[in-house]
Design a protein. Structure first.
Length: 641
């Protein structure tokens, strides 16, 4: 018995212990044996001890009421006699009795197994050999073996519980790590397809599914469309790219019921979904379909297939549902991102077609700035900003002021001058942006190009101002100077006024935007012989205005005068408007306006012609007044002599 004890102690695992018991007891105590354990009041666990596993095991694997009685009695018992009485005493039912009789059962004995002093199971043996009957000696040996096996079996049970605990812990750790990897991957997924890839990649690792697929609900809400698949292959998914919800498939049923569908065997799949089973190649294995839900709203389905039939544990089901929930949340976020990107593109397109310049700064320093197309056109690649004639530093401009101060800047009029381009007038508005804690985080600005509106206002003002001046003044010199001054800056950068006839023009007045350049302007007016220009001669004859490229015009009349040819650059003009002053089809003078990009618009030219019509009458009146005065002075001088 000491040797038996050593053998039993040497096998801490249940399976090894059962094999050791089989080697020790069979066929010494019978040609069949086993261990039966109580689970509550029922005999649930039966382990056979047989050195011949190929024998038929059907009669012996069923629980016996006799074993239950031995366990409750707590003492060993032996049944011997005929092949009729012994099977009847230990059989569960008539079928069981017939099986035992067919196996040739002769004798049967059982000895209780104790755990903490309480009988919890039994060690039983059966003999089918009439030449080797079981007797009291064998019963005593069985009882002693049971006493020795009880602590070994308890130790093996505890070892098994510990092993299951370790495996359970390892499984939980693996699933936790798997969920962590999925969560990390989903956090980086921005598109629905990336969400599906992240989840399906972990399904194969954690649940050992050979294939998986993700469907999402289409816009109609009446069908599912294939988002991503893995493992099935193109041939297997052909024809299943779109699944109407009325179909009878695990995937569509999961959507309709809003619950997971667990098909644990190929037989169950063929039974519950015969139409689908007829369409797909026959393949063993379990199938699972989990709806992707957000607050009861279906987004799609996560489905998977397994190589073999499988009974899913509670932990596996819980893991699958958590995985589906993570997928649902990420898919919802990805679809929201897609919709948001679409709306942002629509908003950008809308902002780009607006004629108003818009800009947003996402920081107080205005280093992260985004503007629409209209403002880009207004500002150009390099623009200088002016306010009331003073160039503004970047920190003094409206957007920067609002972003740094936290106060709005409204109705701020400024001039923008592009490199090599005209100066434009913008009306700007800027207001600060705050975060939820009311800290400054940037500003938004709107800019309206009011250049034409301002010019129209200035034009009206010009015409309004010219009326009193031209009608009230009778001093020719004052009238001529007033006319050239009125031209600046509304009509041009410089102006020259000539009076006389078509054949004889005399410079009477001149003005420039920068008074310091007026001596150069006078030199230009005196030294140029405008009447030598054929185009001007034709214009004077017809009484119509013309425009000239100032460089080309001077090339014709400067007669290789290098200093004269350089004057336009110094005076900052590129074109001249020649405006004949005509009264009753009679030329009374010529108004010359030197313009740059800023003054070369069609509206400015129209205004210049309207101004020239008024100026013609003023020049004619002043000339007539001067002639009358000179005549009176001559008459008075004649009488005095």
């Amino acid at each position: 018995m000491m040797q038996v004890n050593q053998v039993l102690v040497a096998h801490p695992e249940e399976e090894g212990l059962y094999r050791a018991l089989a080697r020790l007891a069979v066929p010494l105590l019978g040609d069949w044996g086993g261990v039966a354990m109580l689970q509550g009041e029922r005999l649930e666990h039966v382990t056979l001890l047989s050195p011949a596993p190929l024998k038929t095991q059907a009669p012996w694997s069923r629980p016996s009421p006799f074993n239950t009685r031995v366990i409750h009695a707590g003492r060993a018992q032996l049944l011997s006699g005929s092949t009729a009485s012994v099977p009847r005493a230990i059989a569960e039912d008539e079928e069981h009795q017939q099986q035992l009789q067919g196996a040739g059962l002769q004798d049967f004995m059982a000895a209780p197994l104790f755990r903490e002093g309480v009988s919890r199971g039994c060690l039983w043996f059966a003999s089918t050999d009439p030449m080797a009957p079981l007797g009291l000696e064998e019963l005593k040996l069985a009882e002693q073996l049971a006493l020795l096996a009880s602590p070994a079996l308890e130790a093996a049970r505890l070892h098994a519980v510990e092993q299951q605990g370790r495996e359970h812990k390892a499984g939980l750790k693996q699933k936790t790590e798997s969920l962590s990897r999925v969560a990390s991957a989903l956090g980086k997924a921005l598109l629905p397809a990336q969400v599906a890839d992240a989840v399906m990649g972990e399904i194969k690792t954690a649940l050992h599914a050979w294939a998986s697929v993700v469907y999402r609900l289409d816009a109609s809400g009446e069908a599912l469309e294939l988002l991503r698949s893995r493992g099935y292959g193109a041939e297997a998914t052909r024809g299943f790219e779109r699944l109407p919800l009325e179909l009878n498939t695990p995937i569509t049923v999961a959507v309709r019921r809003r619950e997971g569908i667990w098909v644990e065997s190929a037989e169950a799949f063929r039974r519950d979904y015969p139409e689908l089973a007829a369409r797909v190649p026959p393949r063993p294995g379990a199938r699972v379909a989990l709806p992707l839900l957000i607050e009861g709203r279906v987004l799609g389905v996560l489905a998977m297939s397994f190589e073999t039939d499988h009974s899913f544990s509670d932990e596996e089901r819980a893991f699958g549902l958590v995985l589906a929930q993570l997928c649902s949340q990420a898919l919802e976020r990805a679809q929201l991102c897609l919709r948001l990107q679409g709306q942002l593109e629509e908003l950008r397109t809308l902002l780009d077609v607006l004629p108003i310049g818009l800009v947003i700064s996402r920081d107080r320093e205005c280093e992260q700035v985004e503007q629409n197309l209209a403002l880009t056109r207004m500002l150009g690649p390099a623009a200088h900003v002016f306010h009331r004639g003073r160039e503004l530093e970047p920190e003094d401009q409206p957007l920067q002021r609002a972003a740094s101060s936290g106060f709005p800047v409204l109705d701020f009029e400024m001039e923008v001058e592009q490199e090599g381009g005209p100066r434009r007038t913008l009306l700007s508005y800027a207001t600060p942006l705050f975060d939820p804690t009311h800290r400054l985080r940037g500003a938004v600005g709107a800019f309206l190009d009011i250049t034409e509106r301002k010019r129209a206002t200035e034009a009206l003002q010009l015409l309004a101002d010219s009326g009193p001046l031209l009608s009230a003044s009778r001093d020719p010199k004052q009238t001529f100077q007033g006319l050239t001054r009125l031209c600046i800056p509304t009509l041009s950068r410089l102006a020259l006024l000539y009076t006389g006839t078509e054949q004889r023009l005399q410079l009477m007045s001149y003005a420039h935007e920068q008074p310091s350049l007026e001596p150069l302007l006078a030199e230009l007016g005196v030294r140029t012989k405008l009447l030598e220009l054929p185009l001007l001669q034709r214009a004077l004859k017809k009484g119509k205005s013309v425009s000239l490229d100032v460089w080309r015009a001077l090339a014709r009349i400067s007669h290789d005068d290098a200093e004269l040819s350089e004057l336009p650059r110094r005076l900052a003009v590129r074109e001249v408007l020649l405006l004949p002053l005509v009264v009753s089809k009679r030329v009374v003078g010529l108004l010359v306006c030197g313009v740059d990009e800023e003054h070369s618009s069609k509206g400015t030219r129209t205004l210049a012609r309207a101004f020239a019509q008024r100026a013609a009458f003023a020049v004619d009146n002043a000339s007539l007044y001067r002639e009358a005065r000179e005549a009176r002075e001559a008459s008075a001088a004649g009488k005095g002599s």
